[in-house]
Structures are given as structure tokens and as C-alpha cells.
Design a protein around this ligand. Structure first.
Ligand code: NAG
Ligand code: NAG
Ligand code: NAG
Length: 350
């Protein structure tokens, strides 16, 4: 009996505490909401339902600038300030239920800050404050070899201000490997107030070079490595490895490029959905299950760097392979003769 009473008292105390906590949340401190740049955002606000609703959304930091108003059972937008024209809406069917939340479309950085939600009904009135933070998360990190030994890493349209760091895998000792010394990072602000970041560093030939861009809680990575050069000839078939696991190929998008610019093929979610560029139809034989590129009928113009790029929303992995084309030495080379057997014949002739 006594134990039951104790339990009841405890649960009573807990509900009182919860009530107190909810009350401080709505009447005391601001509600904080983080929204995504250029997307829509809901500014939450609720009130005790009652008839003759009046709702005013204002921006107190900006001399109580009018964001949206509602009374006499309809939106009243004559006083609405210019930057909010055509971008706001209440959930009108929800107002009788005490929901005064505001939908704000196409967020800009100027929309950040503190908003006041004032509501009034025949039952009384209420004020609450909502603080909006806007983020433009890092989406894509681009990495490329910009000359023989310089890599460039960049990302655009970010907010708040991003950070960029370089590393290698396996890690290298800073004092011995010039590849870890990053010599320039520059940050620019675009006309919408978003940040663009670019950095260059010396390419560590024997390692995976990793570039990480961070902003707020979002981190995106791009990696680049170079593997041993591959030899080919007009009469041979060449396989350029990418080494992707089957499961990765299902979650990543794969793109093969030539000299880091021309797209050879793209494959989304597995090798079944493969798109080969017109210019490369002749040369591309197939894409293996592990993402390796099979080429044939090569000419001297196909000599260059082949890059296999794997990307998800989080990461980009780039593997570069140099393909060297050596002209066929024998006049009557039959199709399908591999470079190995040519070398064999040459050696045998010598
Ligand atoms: C108000 O209604 C909208 C739309 O249905 C909903 O997304 C939002 O969560 C509601 N807000 C509150 C405070 O009930
Ligand atoms: C970075 O360093 C490399 C090699 O030391 C140099 O060639 C390049 O010009 C440098 N870039 C900048 C922007 O200083
Ligand atoms: C590709 O790059 C190589 C050197 O990296 C260059 O020799 C070749 O001319 C380039 N090919 C084309 C078609 O741009």
C-alpha cells in the first residue's frame, strides 16, 4: 500500500516537472530552428485555441518588421515587408487547432535571426520567440590533379564558413614529405553570402591524398590517388582497374573520365545502368563488376589519364591511371593479340 503511494507521488512529481519544463520552453527561452539555405522552413508557434484569432509574425531585431499577419479569419498582407512577399504561408486549416506555425519558402541568409510570434484570441494573448539559423551544408568536394604534382580541392556554396584540411593515407611525416604541406587555401564569399573554398597542395604520389571540407556539423571528403601506368596498343585490349566492391558499386555513382575532363561513361547504382559517351562507343568494351574499364581499338589520341570517380553524397574517391599507347610494331598484327604476346614475339625475334 505504502509503496503504491510512493510511486504515485513520484509520478505526480515527474508530471509536474515535465509541465514546468514545457512551460519554460514556450514562455521563457527562444525556440531554435536550423533550416537549409534555399529550402523551405517551418517556424513553429502554437497557442491555446479560441475564436477571433489574431496572428502576427514579426522580426523584432528589424524594428518589428512585419513578416506575416492574420486576422478577421484571413491573411492580411498589406503591411508585409518586401523581402517576405510571396514567400510566407500559415497552415490555415490548423489555426482553429491553435497552430500558428509559419512556412517560409526559399531561405536566404538574411532570413536568419529572431522572430516573434504574437497570437491573440478571445481567451487572451501570447508571445513566443523563434531563432532561425540558416545552413548551406557542404555538398560536393571536387578534387583534381591540376598539374603534374599539384592537386586542387574545392567546394562551393557553403555556410557557415568552411574549413579545409589535407591528409594522406597512410599518414606521412610532415617534416619529410612535402606532400603534406598545404601552401594555399583561399575563401571567397559569393553574392548570396555563401562561401567558396579552394586549396592546393603538392601531390603525394605514393599515397591516397585526402581533402576534407567541414562546415557546421557537416563533413565531406574527396580522395585522390594514382596507380601504376598501364600500357596499351591499337591492337590490344586494355583493362584499367578501379577496384570497387560490388556493394560499393550499388551505393556509389561511378564516372570514368579522360584527362579529368571528358566523360567516358557514367554508371548509377550498379553496372546495369551504364551510359557511354558517343565519342567513346567504339573504345568502351565493357565495365566489369568491379568498375574496371575495358577498352579496345585505341589510337594515339587515347593516350592520357583515365580517372575512375566514385561518389556518394558524402564522399568522392578518385583513382588516376596513365595509359600509354605504343604503336603496333608488326605490320600484320591480328586483332586480340595482347601486348604480352607482342613483347614475346619481339624478344623471340631478338
Ligand atoms: C502546424 O501544422 C503544420 C502543418 O500541418 C505542422 O507541420 C506543424 O508541426 C504544426 N505545428 C504545431 C506547433 O502544431
Ligand atoms: C604551391 O606550391 C607549389 C610547389 O611548391 C608551387 O608550384 C605552386 O605555385 C604553389 N602555389 C601557390 C598558390 O603558392
Ligand atoms: C591528355 O593528356 C595528355 C597528357 O596528360 C596529353 O598528352 C594529351 O594530349 C591529352 N589528350 C587530349 C585529347 O587532350
Amino acid at each position: 500500500m505504502a509503496r503504491v503511494q510512493v510511486l504515485m507521488t513520484l509520478s505526480g512529481l515527474v508530471s509536474v516537472l515535465i509541465l514546468l519544463w514545457t512551460a519554460t520552453l514556450t514562455d521563457g527561452g527562444d525556440i531554435h530552428v536550423t533550416c537549409v539555405f534555399s529550402e523551405d522552413c517551418v517556424l513553429p508557434c502554437s497557442f491555446q485555441p479560441g475564436s477571433d484569432e489574431v496572428i502576427h509574425w514579426l522580426k523584432p531585431e528589424d524594428k518589428d518588421l512585419t513578416v506575416h499577419s492574420y486576422y478577421y479569419s484571413r491573411d492580411q498582407l498589406k503591411q508585409q515587408s518586401q523581402p517576405y512577399r510571396g514567400r510566407t504561408a500559415l497552415f490555415n486549416d490548423q489555426i482553429p487547432k491553435g497552430n500558428a506555425s509559419l512556412l517560409l519558402r526559399g531561405l536566404t541568409l538574411q532570413d536568419q535571426g529572431r522572430y516573434k510570434c504574437y497570437t491573440s484570441t478571445i481567451n487572451g494573448n501570447k508571445k513566443s520567440f523563434i531563432n532561425i539559423a540558416v545552413e548551406a551544408p557542404v555538398r560536393l568536394v571536387d578534387i583534381k590533379l591540376t598539374s603534374d604534382d599539384i592537386i586542387t580541392c574545392s567546394s562551393t556554396g557553403i555556410y557557415p564558413e568552411p574549413k579545409l584540411t589535407w591528409s594522406t593515407e597512410p599518414p606521412s611525416d610532415l617534416s619529410f614529405d612535402p606532400g603534406t604541406i598545404q601552401n594555399s587555401t583561399s575563401v571567397k564569399v559569393d553574392d548570396q553570402g555563401l562561401y567558396d573554398i579552394t586549396s592546393t597542395k603538392q601531390f603525394s604520389l605514393d599515397r591516397t591524398n585526402i581533402c576534407t571540407v567541414t562546415s557546421g556539423t557537416v563533413e565531406r571528403t574527396a580522395t585522390l590517388k594514382q596507380q601504376d601506368a598501364v600500357q596499351g596498343s591499337p591492337s590490344s585490349e586494355v583493362s584499367i582497374l578501379c577496384r570497387v566492391s560490388q556493394s560499393d558499386l550499388l551505393t556509389f555513382d561511378l564516372t570514368w573520365r579522360f584527362n579529368q575532363t571528358d566523360t567516358i561513361l557514367t554508371s548509377t547504382k550498379g553496372t546495369s545502368q551504364m551510359q557511354v559517351d558517343e565519342q567513346w562507343k567504339e573504345q568502351v568494351q565493357s565495365l566489369s563488376d568491379s568498375g574496371s574499364l575495358q577498352l579496345h581499338k585505341l589510337t594515339m589520341v587515347h593516350q592520357g589519364t583515365y580517372s575512375c570517380e566514385l561518389s556518394t553524397a558524402r564522399d568522392t574517391h578518385l583513382v588516376l591511371t596513365y595509359l600509354e599507347i605504343t604503336p603496333d610494331k608488326l605490320s600484320d598484327v591480328s586483332d586480340g593479340l595482347s601486348p604480352g604476346s607482342i613483347t614475346g614475339i619481339i624478344i623471340a625475334a631478338v
